[in-house]
Design a protein around this ligand. Sequence first.
Ligand SMILES: [Zn+2]
Length: 461
Amino acid sequence: MTTIKLHNTMTRRKEAFVPIDPQDVRMYVCGPTVYDRAHLGNARPVIVFDVLYRLLRHVYGANHVNYVRNFTDVDDKINAKSAQTGREIGDITDETVSWFLEDMAQVGALEPNAMPRATQYIVQMVAMIEDLIARGHAYAAQGHVLFSVDSYAQYGALSGRSVDDMIAGARVEVAPYKRDPMDFVLWKPSDEATPGWESPWGRGRPGWHIECSAMAAELLGTQFDIHGGGNDLQFPHHENEIAQSRCAGHGFANVWLHNEMLQVEGKKMSKSLGNFFTVRDLLDQGVPGEVIRFVMLSTHYRKPMDWTEKKRVEAEQTLKKWFRQIGLSTATLDGSVHRGTIEAIADDLNTPEVISNLHALSNAGDFSQLRKSLYLLGLFDGQIPKWARVEGFSDAETGLIRDLLNRREIARGDRDFAKADLLRDGLLDAGVGIKDTATEPEFERLSNFDINKLDGLWGSS
Ligand SMILES: [Zn+2]
């Protein structure tokens, strides 16, 4: 069996991954707060952890991996959006969830096994908060419940910061109901205009962090294998999740994975810089989801990723070529995958290395393995995408024609004009019209198209 190595943020080392139960490998990833379209940066963790999910399914079996990603559907940003627009909160969150799923499907992300919404787990959150109070790790004050950071000696172990540094570095809210400025909210009161649930501390709503602790325990058990998210969640969100869960007596996550952030043309993406865009914006501009995914995977997840126009163009050209090549192969998609591909993914998701390996497979003409590798990476779902297809031809026919055109290019490069002409004439005879352009030749189906002649040409040249 393939050994997967993952960089564990908690130990700061790359370690061999050993699941608690190989029949039931469990992963939790923090999902979006649903009030707006996902921006490009939001897609990065989704794609990164989708690759890990696909790898785990490949190694342990598709039915032996349980991946949970939540939707935060109770949040002051959602309340603010509702107040601004006059729309019902439920309408906003439902619509945003469906947008998110549509957009992430376009970039090739499989849906997790469970996608719990925070508002469906209030009972579990209240029970966990009561337990934390009973154990002396939390206290109620003025309709709030606060977690007492002081009561958990290992606080800060994940991000490697001391509590003093965190106070200095973070905008810690000093509030009269807090015993200590570091204490964070588990529960807070709601007024009549704000969503709220009855609780032992009055009508209120949960703080953000408790939802992940409660939902992970409910859906994955009190100890599970992997917890993932963006780097920006390490502190305070993940530190707080750990504090809550450990103090409730849970083992919680064994391995922590964090992806680095995304920039655009070397700058932080922000509305004020005018370089802010959503995944949907790109898709609407005609950028294929596979291209977005490819660009994302061209940088290792632990390095900052820079989205550039140059990378987008190169990705599109590369993928077009690869789709044309794998159209020639009918290899089944399951079963063994090229060792170079699997070993690189299993080495802490070294996707840039995988892409190098794909180039090598392409150059070596190993289109069957290229096809399987692209499938494993989530760049190919078994159908050549529409944008890479040519009207009037099947994928296999397109593959044959593109391969013959490739051979013609090579013949021209070798100044073997006789062979180049032979290929052009042969294509025309088989009913394929060719138009040379500045980039790559375009072609069309003529009325005399004959697949047998095309096959014959492919076999004989
Ligand atoms: Zn979380």
